[in-house]
Design a protein around this ligand. Structure first.
Ligand code: ZN
Length: 271
């Protein structure tokens, strides 16, 4: 993966750059290459440096209160240089009520003084496509059961959840009942035979919560990213899960002994 290049620009006339220097160092610690423009740069100089240095992102810092005029001017100066694809983010002493205005002017995101440098670094990685977005929601909670028909009455009659469907998933050798609960679902998993991982799970631990499934985009891309970060995977490539979704499991040792399923549904099936 190529190194992310960040330009830290200190726009305006205030003479304090301790904050900007701390951020520059923090981003370097996250493996990024950081170019710092120094104090009192004009928006034009910052945009010029960004283009010359071929950076992936411009981070602006302002403590002087001039962010309302200076930040948008940097965005404009980049546009004027045909470099509007370089995203601009900002930080410093910025009142919350100014954030919508700045976002409207094309600043991608504002980090106020409470934000951590780790948050900033992971935001930049996502912004430049070096890491994938967090999972969108808990798609379902998988519960291992001996027999769906014995387990259903509590979920269906007592809780009052509707059974959306019951289907067999060949790849996992399980019969699955889906019960919708708000944005997510309960997935009751019954082993189809003794080869099923669910059968082995029940033999070992008894019935109970088996896995959490996170809805994601770009499952393949995510698997290769996780692999490159040393995350142990149970599926190196996606397999077909229920409803023709693409799924892959992450080893429980990566997640405090919780089995995590990543699933990607077809566009049309995502509500
Ligand atoms: Zn599942």
């Amino acid at each position: 993966m190529k190194q992310i290049r960040v330009l830290i620009g200190k726009a305006g006339l205030d003479g304090h750059d301790r904050g900007a220097l701390v951020i520059a160092q923090a981003l370097r610690d996250h493996g990024m290459e950081v170019i710092y423009t120094g104090l009192r740069q004009s928006p034009d100089q910052i945009a010029q440096a960004a283009v010359q240095e071929d950076v992936d992102v411009v981070g602006l810092s302002s403590l002087s209160g001039a962010h309302r005029s200076l930040f948008p001017k940097v965005v404009e100066a980049l546009q004027a240089r045909n470099a509007k694809d370089i995203p601009v983010i900002g930080g410093g002493v910025i009142p919350a009520e100014d954030i919508p205005f700045l976002e409207e002017k094309g600043i991608k995101k504002i980090f106020t003084s409470g934000a951590s440098t780790d948050d900033l670094a992971s935001y930049i990685k996502r912004l430049v496509g070096a890491s994938t977005a967090p999972p969108k929601k808990i798609a379902h909670i998988g519960i291992a059961v001996r027999q769906i028909k014995e387990s259903l009455p509590f979920y269906q009659d007592i809780l009052g959840l509707d059974v959306e469907k019951i289907e067999e998933v060949e790849s996992e050798q399980v019969r699955v009942a889906f019960l919708r609960i708000g944005e997510t679902r309960i997935e009751l998993l019954e082993p189809m035979n003794e080869q099923s991982a669910i059968h082995r799970f029940i033999e070992k631990k008894g019935e109970g919560v088996h896995h959490l499934a996170f809805e994601v985009d770009d499952l393949e891309e995510r698997l290769s990213e996780y692999r490159s970060k040393g995350v142990p995977l149970l599926n190196e490539t996606p397999v077909t899960g229920a409803e023709n979704s693409q799924i892959a499991f992450v080893h429980p040792k990566a997640a405090s002994r919780v089995l995590i399923e990543l699933c990607q549904h077809q566009e049309s099936e995502v509500e």
